[in-house]
Design a protein around this ligand. Sequence first.
Ligand code: DC
Length: 337
Amino acid sequence: MTIIRGATTVTKDCKEEIFSSVKALLDEIFECNHLAKGEISGFLFSLTSDIHSYHPAKAARECGYDFAPLFAATEPDIDGGLPLCIRLMLFAELQNERQIKHVYQKGAKTLRKDISEIFNIALDGPAGSGKSTIAKVLAKDYNILYLDTGAMYRACGLKALRSGVDPKNPETVAKMLETLDVKVEYKDGKQHTLLDGEDVSTAIRENAVSMAASNISAHRAVREKMVEMQRQIGESMSCVLDGRDIGSTVLPNAKFKFFITADSKVRAMRRFTELQQRGESVDFETLHAEIVARDKQDMEREFSPLVCAKDAIVVDTSNMRIDEVVMTIKKSIQSQI
Ligand code: DC
C-alpha cells in the first residue's frame, strides 16, 4: 500500500472554490504520479472546522474521482492551525515501482517548507503596533524563523549608551561602528542578540534603549551594516521579519508584506503594560509622548524611514486581538499564494 499526501486551501468557505480546489488537487496528484484508476483503493479527506459549505468527498465524486471509496472528516480546532484547509490521504496499490510525489497547493505549501520555495513575510509598522507578537506567532505556526530587526538597532543603541557615545552624533557613531560587533543567533528557534559576544537580549528591552535605538538607526552607516545582515538572513531561509523598512528596503521582493499599525494611545498602553509586567515603573503620558516622538523620528529620517511599502497590506490592530490579526494575515497570505 502506498499513501500519497496532498493538501490545499480555500480563501473562503464557498462551494465553488471548494469544488475547484479539490479538483485541482486531485488532477495534479494523478497527473504527476501517473496514477491509473485501478491503482486507487480509497480517498480520505480531512477538513478544518471552518469549512461548512461543501464536502470535499462530494466534490471529488462530482468531478469524476468516483472509482474508489471516498470519505471526509472534520479535524478538531487546533490553535495556530492553517485555516480553511483541506488535506488528503490517497491510498494506492501501485502496479509498478515509481517515485511518488506529494502535492501541496496554495496556502498549504506552507505546511511543507521542505518542498516549497523560500518565502518571507515582512511586517513593518510603528512601535507598539503588535508586530513582534504577531511575528512570533506566525513564525511558530509556519515553523520558520523570526528575525526581530529592531533588536539589532537596539543593540547598537545599547553600545552607544554603555560607551558614552551620543547616538545622534554621526562622527562618534561612525567611530563606534568600526569596532561594533552585533550578531544574531538562534537557540531552540529563539533569537538571541549578541553585542561584542555578550547576549544582550534582555538588556536591550529597557525603555532607555528605545530612544537610543531610534536615534542611532537614523545614520546611513548603521543602516547599511544592519540591512546587509538582515538581507543575508532573509534571502537564505524562510522567515518573518519585523521592523520599519523591511518591505521597502531590506526585502523589497518579499512575497508577503504587511504594515501593522494602531492608534498611538493604544500602542502606548500596550508598552505601558509590558514595562509594568517587567517591573519597570513608567508614567503613561511620558511613554505616550516618547512613542509619538519615536514615530516622528523614524518616519522623518532620511535613510530608509518607517514607511508603508506600496504593495503592503495595512492592518490596523487598534481594536483587534492578536489571534484576530494573525488570522487576518494568514488568510491574506493564503489568498496570495
Ligand atoms: O521595533 P523596535 O521598537 O524594537 O525598534 C527600535 C528602534 O529601531 C526603532 O525606533 C526604529 C529602529 N528600527 C529601524 O530603524 N529599522 C528597523 N528595521 C527596525 C527598527
